[in-house]
Design a protein around this ligand. Structure first.
Ligand SMILES: [Zn+2]
Ligand SMILES: [Zn+2]
Length: 341
């Protein structure tokens, strides 16, 4: 079979790989759609494992079923999660599934930018979801990124009456806008340096947008009745956004680091001010099966329409083109690779 192998952001090669064979409890999935995630083009994060077949936002069709698999059938349309928790360790039992060792080490084989993937039995058991007919393969690629967003918003107890500042209007920022709109958040303000993304943020439901090169904490207060935001979500790895977050949060508010910088970057926190004003700084990484189920529910019931976020579709041979677009500053949002084309 063919697979697109990642060497670096500008070098992704179409290579021949053996089609995976499956064992007891496993399934083989024919990948129909595979989204490029912002984290796929974080070169410092990905390059240490290169050459590697990336791709973790997938949807496809069950092609083969291993012995003992009961709840799935050949031909089922599915989303499969690459990372799944053990559900038994102290972290999982306390609800912190995304720091579980098992979650960090599980994956499908070889990766979503390939014609077929083998799904290990643990992913079959707790990471495989049948797509309802109302969810297209394209929409299925959003289950994972939307699951991460819903988990993040739950972690900061986002409510309709909150004012929400979203720093960075790439895919994750825009998904945060859609999810916040879905629960009726009344004041959503989004930032970015890219005009196209600011326009998208406004068209998807942000009540106001701010060019990130402006003095964001002051402009925010002008637009938010003189107050900072109750909830601030950082959705870009750009360091100035983290600094803006620290100065944009209102009393008793919360800053959520949804994105990260490269390792080795420290963020100064005004301890005295935060202490006096009861401010929380927290983080959210990845998604657990419960978040994925919720994301699928949102998509199935059309609480969120992710289709306007899809800007490009490429066949497997053009995966490199997709990576270049995603890593560059072009007007691209979600790029979907179609391994069968
Ligand atoms: Zn992702
Ligand atoms: Zn665990």
């Amino acid at each position: 079979m063919k697979a697109a192998v990642y060497y670096n952001n500008n070098d992704v090669r179409l290579e021949e790989r053996p089609r995976p064979t499956i064992d007891k409890g496993e399934i083989l999935v024919k990948v129909v759609a595979s989204g490029i995630c912002g984290s796929d083009v974080l070169e410092w994060y990905r390059i240490k494992k290169a050459p590697i077949v990336l791709g973790h936002e997938i949807s496809g069709i069950v092609e083969e079923i291993g012995e003992g698999v009961e709840d799935l059938n050949v031909g089922d349309r599915v989303f499969v999660s690459h990372h799944v928790p053990c559900n038994r360790c102290r972290y999982c039992l306390a609800g912190n599934h995304t720091v579980c060792d098992t979650l960090h080490h599980t994956n499908f084989d070889p990766g979503g930018f390939a014609e077929f993937i083998r799904i290990p039995s643990i992913n079959v058991e707790s990471g495989t979801f049948v797509l309802p007919c109302s969810v297209s393969f394209d929409e299925g690629t959003f289950v994972e990124p939307l699951g991460c967003v819903l988990r993040g918003q739950r972690s900061i107890d986002l409510k309709p009456e909150h004012s929400l500042l979203i720093l960075g209007s790439g895919i994750s920022g825009l998904l945060h806008i859609l999810a916040a709109r879905a629960i009726g958040v009344e004041q959503i303000i989004a930032t970015d340096v890219n005009r196209f993304q600011l326009e998208m943020a406004a068209s998807l439901g942000a009540h106001a947008v701010i060019d990130a090169r402006e003095d964001v904490p002051s402009v925010l207060r002008e637009k938010n009745n003189g107050r900072g935001a109750d909830r601030v979500i950082v959705c870009t790895g750009a360091f100035p956004a983290f600094q803006q977050a620290m100065r944009s949060v209102d009393r008793a508010g919360t800053v959520l680091c949804f994105a990260t910088t490269a390792p080795g970057t420290d963020l100064p926190v005004p301890i005295n001010e935060f202490w006096r004003n009861s401010i929380t700084v927290t983080s959210s990484y990845a998604a657990a099966p419960i978040d994925l189920a919720e994301a699928l529910d949102y998509l199935g019931k059309k609480k969120i329409n992710v289709n306007p976020l899809i800007t490009h579709r490429f066949g497997l041979a053009d995966t490199e083109k997709g990576f270049r677009l995603m890593a560059g500053t072009s007007n691209s949002l979600k790029i979907i690779i179609e391994p069968q084309n």
